[in-house]
Each structure stands twice: as structure tokens, then as C-alpha cells.
Write a protein of this length. Sequence first.
Length: 462
Amino acid sequence: MDGFLIQRPSRLQTLGAGTFALLTLGALVATAPHADLRLPPIEPFLPMCALTVFSTSLIAAFLLGAQFIVMRRPILGTLAGAYAFAAITVALQLLAFPGVFAPTGLLGARHESAAWLWTFWHGGFPLFVVLAMLTRYRLAKRLSNTRHVGRWLATLAGVPIAVAIALGLVALRADLPAPFGPSLDNALLAADPVAIVVWTINLGAIAAALFVGRMRTMLDIWLVVVLLAGFTDTSLNLLSTARFTAGWYVARLFSMIAPGILVCVLVWEVTVLYRRLFDAHASLMRTASHDALTMVYNRSYFNEQFERAFHYARRHNTLLALVMVDVDHFKQYNDTFGHLQGDTCLAAVAAALSGVAGRANDFVARYGGEEFAVVLPGADERGAATIAERARQAVERLRIAADTAPGYVTVSAGYAASSGNPFETPGALIAAADAALYRAKMLGRNVSAAPHHDMQDTAMRD
């Protein structure tokens, strides 16, 4: 089963992504005319942004890689590599940036190393995103049957990582010219070849994502939003390459948003999958512990929980009572009215018994056939007698028509409690309640009875 990233988006999800995209475009349009406006310098802003981009990109790469291993979608593995590429290049840029960790940068950085690392980051990431979208179907069949998922992940993610390392070495070791001319300080792109190439790559990536993905899945929609945030970051940076300008600050914000968007979507997907898993587990537990016909607990649950309740009562010297209830003449009822009507009768009886066992720890279980058990932790024999009689009366009030006296379905109930009876095993208490049920039947049915004669047996007499 695919996660919701690979599923078709709902209208609400599409509206949310569209709203975010419009806000991004609005921020670009509003900031562009004032991109070179000087603002007060905040020295820690650059390293803070770079560390945020590094962290979120690394988290996105990890989550995408994990999803690839589970779902074997090539787009996820390649996207993991794209985000790893971004994490590596931004980390190298931060280390090489003059004045952050050292006056001239670390790792033997040249004068233009940080600028080239920014260029490689903003040009390479959108290219790898488009490459990931192109691998969506080309490798799907091969991946669905492979047993070497880890090797495929190493290949799909390893290529962008290797490219990032190689470009990093070039930027740090080669004496490269400045990627951007001084004319960029006050004019958009101003015929600078590198700037035009990077800007065109970002714009082309958005067009390619729209053409290839066609907004068919949640992932397609949010990748377009990611690329749009990257385009805004790139455009505002190229409008003003100087630090501490309006364009520079807003660009840094969108550089953090670009990887952060997908991290939020991925974390939300993990939450959705966890919720589905929890619901499936709860449903499985209900199915495993409940009787499908009557919707009360089944025999397996009774065996487990009653034994636990019995030993708890012995350890803590507390009370425990058990009421056994049997539908009178049920075989004859089944033969007369049919099994479907018999099933309806049992479900109605179970619902009536559940209404009687109203305390938090009480529970009703189908013991077998037409026999039910009502477990009453903390109840003594008198309390058990009260519940047994209430159970008998509750079924009697249903007035389910029958061909046996008194003309409607009745039950017999037997009860036993640990108070005054040192039962050694759970089976002994069950046997005592079962013996009480047998006494109730011997007394003429439609009776609640104790396993011994010194307790008062009760019956509703017409």
C-alpha cells in the first residue's frame, strides 16, 4: 500500500498547496522591487539559515530514503539523493564562507569558493529533482522485483552525493573566477551568464515538474511548491548579491522553506501512517477479542482476562464474582425460527447483558453457543446475585417471541463469588458459577441461582 504522497490529492490538499504557492509568488513580487534595500545586519542570520537548511535537507533525505526502501519508488530514492546533495553543498558553503568560522573560511577555501558552492547548490538541486521525476516509471518494474533495495538506494542517492562532493572539491581547490559580476548588485541578472543559467534552471525545473508530474499526486504538487520556493530564493539572491539587504533576508527565509516544506509533508505522512496503523491495530484487536455475531468479548478474551482478574483478586485480597447466563430452550428456538433469527436473538441478549454490566471493569463475554459470562471484579456474592437477577429481567423485558413458556425468550443465570469461598483456581470459580447455572435450570429456568442452597434463588413470576 502506497503512502498518501503517491496518492491523488484531495481538493483541500490541492487548495492548501496552491495557497502556499500563491503566497510564495506574492512574497517574490513584493520583495523584488526592494531587493537591494539595505537593512540592519544580523551576523548570526547566515549560519542559522545554513544550519537549518542542512538539518532539514538531511532529515528529508533520510525520510525519503526510508520511504524508498518500503515502497520501492525510484522517485523517492532519487529525491533522497537530491536533498543529500543540498545538505552537502550548503554545509560546505557554510564552512567556506569568510568570517563565519574563520576570516577566510575553512577547508582551504578560495576567495570565490562560497559563491560557487551557492551556485552549485541552487543549480544542482532543481536538476536532481527533475531527474527524480523522470525516473518515476523508468525503473519501477526493475525495483518492484529486486531483492537488493539497499543497493538501489545507494545508487540512486549515491550519484547526487558523489556529484556534491566532486563539485565541492572543485569549488574549494580550483581558482575559479567570480561567478557573478558586480553589475548584479543593482540589476536583475544584468547579462551575467552564470546567473542566467542558474535562474533558467530553476524556472525550467518548475516547468518540467508541471509537465512530467502533471499534479497527479501529493508528491507532484509539493515538489512544484518546493521548486517555486527555490526559484524565489534564487531570484531574490540574484537581484542583490550583497548581504543584509531585503532580498538577501527574504531569500534566506525561502532557502529554509524549500527543504522544510517536504520535511513537514513527510512528517505529516508518517503521522497519517501511524494513525492508520493504530486504527488497524485497534480494529484487529477488536476483531481478535470480540465475538463477530454478538459484539461482546469472545471466549479467548474471557479465558485470558478472567484468569488475570482472578490472580489479581487473590494477590490483593479483593473480590471477584462471575455470572453465567444461558438462553433457555435456545436449540428449540433455533429449530422453530431458523438460524438467522437465532443469531438476532443472541445479539439482542448480548446487548441486554452489556447494559447490566455497567461498571468500568465489568465485562460480558460469549462463553459458547447460547451461554454468556459476566465478569464482576470487586463484587461479592450479594452483588453477583443482584447483577444475575438484573440480567434475567433485562432479557425478559425484550419480549422476544418464542414458542416455549412463557411465550418469550428467557435466560437462566448462575453466579458465584470469591467472597467466603477460597477458590484455588480460576477454573474452580467457573465451575461454581456453572453449577449455579445448572441449579437455575433444575429450578425451572428463567431463574437466577447460587451454587448452594443457603442463598436465595430468585425468579420473575407472572
